[in-house]
Unconditional design. Sequence first.
Length: 421
Amino acid sequence: MVPIVRGEGAWLLDADGRRYLDGISSWWTNLFGHANPRIANALADQARTLEHVIFAGFTHEPAIELAEELVRITPPGLDRVFYADNGSAAIEVALKMSFHYWLNQGHGEKTRFIALSGSYHGETLGALSVSDVALYRKTYAPLLLTPFLTPSPDSYEGEPGESPQQVAARRLLELRSLLERHAHETCAVIVEPLVQCAGGMRMYHPDYLTGLRALCNEFSVHFIADEIAVGFGRSGTLFACEQAAVSPDFMCLSKGLTAGFLALSVVLTHAAIYEAFYAEYNAGKAFLHSHSYTGNPLACRVALETLAIFREEPVLERNRALAAHLARRLAPLREHPHVADVRQTGMIAAVELVADKASRRPFPTAERRGLRVYLHGLQQGVLLRPLGNVVYFMPPYVVNEQEIDLLVDTALTGIELAVAD
Ligand SMILES: Cc1ncc(COP(=O)(O)O)c(C=O)c1O
């Protein structure tokens, strides 16, 4: 364990005064730097005013303002906001709300969900149920719901010569076939828009989301967009769904929502879904899902300050320049004999290490090649945390070009150590 005592910008400082450049934004949460003074001040102000209050029958200004602001900036039609307190909890809410909507509409036969192969949506039982990363799921499989899995539109898994767009089109046909057989018993399709993060930063073409929206309409199933990791500018746009110009039925947000300061999540949905729960009390249609810290005022205030930074500073524009620099620096790796793919979506870049480039044969997982990159990074004062054989970069948005150079140079030397016998 590395005992961290301070954070400053993109850097973490340990108890011995060693510095680590946070190349993964502390699990993809941090946007504007550790201990960002502007956000810290907003948090301190709120702590002196109202730290928490029950969020049932009571409300407060930060939660109201934040809901209004989220409705304003998310894709059209998402105009109702439900608060929870972490990413997995938001997924639970979306799954339950989708099921419950259909139940309230007289469709209690809809009890199943469709998820993409290689997906990750969290580790509580419902979220883990719709995840397909064996490392996290396998042990608990006997406890979980069994979703229908449809093949991911992941471009890396395409046939030789197939474009990302063609992969997306082919995978949509497979999804259509699944829906033809099972839509009548399916509540929703859940996806991580554009990038399947924990599954190895696998990326796909926005056409898949456009096609998914059309299929969900055609077959009367909900579209749940889990933007917990890709939301708030990570994908290059404020929300990944924007790149396909789609509005999902449920959008789950967390992580960057508070710029990495506090645990908070929301599920946005549209009025038609809200209306299905809004009835006279004894009708028993209400959606019951509460957490002690639902809508915590400190977290809402921090989220408001985060969104103020997006409004007042050219964040996405700055990120475009940083992303272009990262792409330039990573490009030479395409020629590396043990690199099968270098891919990037906005401020997420990944390098796929393989045992054999021609056949794309992976290194056996048990060899833990990525761990060598991690350990090398720590020695060099850089936090990189590969997912298996995938070395990725997801720095805070306050990183500068020199810091990106340090990340990439450290990864390059780490990769040489990782692929050596
Ligand atoms: C896409 C996605 N969904 C859900 C989660 C779960 O969020 P949390 O870790 O806050 O429970 C994560 C976490 O990494 C994620 O990447």
